[in-house]
Design a protein around this ligand. Structure first.
Ligand code: PSU
Ligand code: MN
Length: 303
């Protein structure tokens, strides 16, 4: 399957200007319509404002695109039948001529293939709370263990089993650092309640780690830069705890499974917090995209 890298992204890469990969699952399946469409455009604008080039990634009619034009971004945000594609789905979508939004795993794979090193998202997938029964662990983790990319995220989604996910990242050999904090962020919350072993405070320090990864030439794993949502923009922790417990019950009661679980829980939280979870999610994503653009800038200077 051949990648279609937009001309703008190709030029930026050739001239060593900063490029930031953006995922599309959050647009197609993670945010309510019609807000998702505005957010897709806004996130690209944030990268540009920081002097970078955005590369939103998705599959359209079986072709993987790195960098979408306006019409393509519009399709991801509004078209019915846009699938959710993890990395294992990419060849299947290609052969079927299907269109789909890419998760962290598929986005990271395609970005790395295109030579884009920095990627921003909301929260990573991870180990679900019912793992002992369902064995539901996002393919994000395994792919990040095998892909040299820097992912800026607000930790892992708080709907997950956070300590189990941190343990899996350790076992898989994925580097994790808090950005400006010693605490692992909690997606909608600034602090998940768990510590991180390493802390980075500037984009230049992140770029130094990326360079050291390449020099060491160990397994081609990722660097997770865990960047908390500002405390003033987080979801009220008590509300979060209450609504999340209800959401997990509802998910089980309705028999939601597989790829449907994450979108179901995110949507439940939006509806039962009067949109407050959506605002916290967006504040986290915006902050991550801005930081990713700064890191891509620092990387462009040293790489
Ligand atoms: N972050 C968000 N919203 C999302 C996601 C991340 O703020 O919708 C998506 C990402 O694409 C991530 C996916 O890869 O959820 C994980 O889904 P699953 O648990 O099915 O692997
Ligand atoms: Mn899953």
């Amino acid at each position: 399957m051949t990648l279609v890298v937009s001309e703008e992204v190709q030029e930026a890469l050739a001239e060593r200007r900063p490029v930031v990969a953006l995922e599309s699952t959050i647009i197609a399946h993670g945010l309510p319509r019609p807000r998702n469409r505005e957010v897709a455009k806004e996130l690209e604008a944030v990268v540009r404002r920081e002097g970078g080039v955005p590369a939103t990634i998705a599959v359209l009619d079986g072709r993987p695109y790195v960098g979408l034009d306006k019409g393509q971004l519009e399709r991801i945000a509004t078209e019915d039948g846009i699938r959710k594609l993890g990395h294992r789905d990419l060849p299947l979508a290609a052969a079927a001529g299907a269109s789909g939004a890419t998760t962290v795993s598929a986005t990271a794979l395609l970005a790395a293939r295109a030579g884009v090193r920095v990627f921003a998202t909301g929260g990573l997938g991870g180990v679900h709370r019912e793992w002992t029964v369902t064995q539901d662990e996002s393919a994000d983790l395994g792919l990040l263990a095998r892909t040299r990319i820097t992912v800026v995220c607000a930790g892992v989604k708080s709907i997950l089993d956070v300590p189990a996910t941190l343990q899996r990242l350790e076992t898989l050999g994925v580097a994790v650092a808090g950005y400006g904090t010693d605490r692992f962020p909690g997606f909608y919350l600034s602090d998940s309640g768990h510590p991180v072993d390493w802390r980075l405070d500037t984009p230049g320090q992140v770029a130094d780690v990326m360079r050291a990864q390449d020099m060491l030439d160990g397994p081609a794993s990722a660097l997770v830069v865990a960047h908390p949502v500002p405390e003033g923009a987080q979801l009220d922790p008590a509300l979060h705890a209450r609504v999340l417990a209800d959401a997990l019950h509802a998910c089980e009661a309705e028999g939601v499974s597989g790829q449907g679980v994450t979108p179901f829980l995110l949507d439940y939280l939006v509806r039962h917090t009067e949109g407050a979870s959506l605002e916290a999610n967006l504040a986290a994503v915006r902050g991550n995209v801005r930081l990713a653009a700064e890191i891509a800038g620092a990387w462009a200077r040293v790489a």
